[in-house]
Design a protein around this ligand. Structure first.
Ligand code: SAM
Length: 260
């Protein structure tokens, strides 16, 4: 018998190297609307999916098998259904819908991360161009901006839910959400605290996105939007200020100005 040298397992490297296979399977299934199609317990066969999406059977089967292997679908008697994970977070219109983040990671971040070594060498972003934009929030392609705020909404709805549980806001009446984006915190916190009112303060085109989300949530009577530049004037008359995922975007001098 030949004795070979004991080596560490290379399996973690295989998992790291193929991480994008898993992500792209999720992203493709989401793009093809698979999880919304299977909402509320609906089931589909390979032939059914191929026909519904106009796919060949082979890729339809690969997609369903891949999603099942990733825990996104479960298979019984040749029929595939959503798991609790995909049913809760990947069906459009659900309160904790996470598809916005999946879409943003796929359409906006994925290409940029493909140029990570270039970003490291140049110390420059790869998803926006500082030569033509003053920040990633100014003057970007409206489709990409819409994707960005859908993603922020998906993420922030979750963190807002935990914030409301972890910090007692029952003594406060008027929240100012500085750079509040889509208003996810305001919507979630106003749902949790019945006496709370909130203002989402952001750039004009973002305040418009927040207004749409607030209307969808049926909270226009308690949440308003205000637009402007947070380095200039902030609206007064609030007893609690929230800054969520703002300070990481700016340097120390800008952050000091913001916290003045
Ligand atoms: C990373 S997002 C965070 C959004 C939100 N706070 C959340 O956690 O979901 C940063 C936000 O800051 C806003 N923002 C950037 N510069 C701003 C400025 N000068 N004045 C007001 N808002 C600004 C952006 O439009 C964006 O909505």
């Amino acid at each position: 018998m030949v004795t070979t040298q004991e080596l560490p397992s290379a399996v973690p490297l295989m998992a790291l190297s193929t991480g994008f296979w898993a992500f792209k399977t999720l992203a493709a299934a989401h793009e093809l609307d698979l999880f919304s199609r299977l909402a509320s317990g609906a089931a589909i066969t390979v032939a059914g999916l191929a026909e519904a999406l106009g796919l060949h059977q082979r890729p339809a089967e690969m997609l369903l098998t891949g999603c099942a292997a990733l825990g996104l679908l479960e298979k019984t008697d040749g029929r595939y259904r959503n798991t609790p994970l995909s049913e809760t977070y990947l069906v459009k219109g659900k309160p904790y819908y996470f598809g916005g983040f999946v879409q943003m990671a796929d359409k906006r971040l994925y290409a940029g991360w493909g140029r990570l070594a270039e970003a490291l060498r140049t110390n420059r972003p790869t998803t926006w161009d500082p030569a033509v934009q003053s920040s990633m929030f100014e003057g970007e392609d409206p489709t990409m901006l819409a994707l960005f705020w859908e993603a922020m909404h998906s993420l922030s709805t979750m963190t807002a839910r935990k914030l409301g549980e972890a910090v007692d806001l029952s003594h406060f009446r008027r929240l100012l959400d500085i750079g509040g984006g889509s208003g996810a915190y305001d919507i979630e916190l106003c749902k949790q605290y019945g006496a709370l009112r909130a203002t989402v303060f952001d750039l004009p085109h973002v305040a418009a996105i927040a207004a749409g989300k607030i209307a969808e949530a049926g909270l226009t009577d308690r949440i308003e939007t205000a637009d402007g530049n947070f380095f200039e004037q902030l609206p007064g008359d609030h007893d609690v200020h929230l800054l969520s995922m703002i300070m990481h975007d700016w340097d120390e001098a800008k952050n000091r100005a913001l916290l003045r």
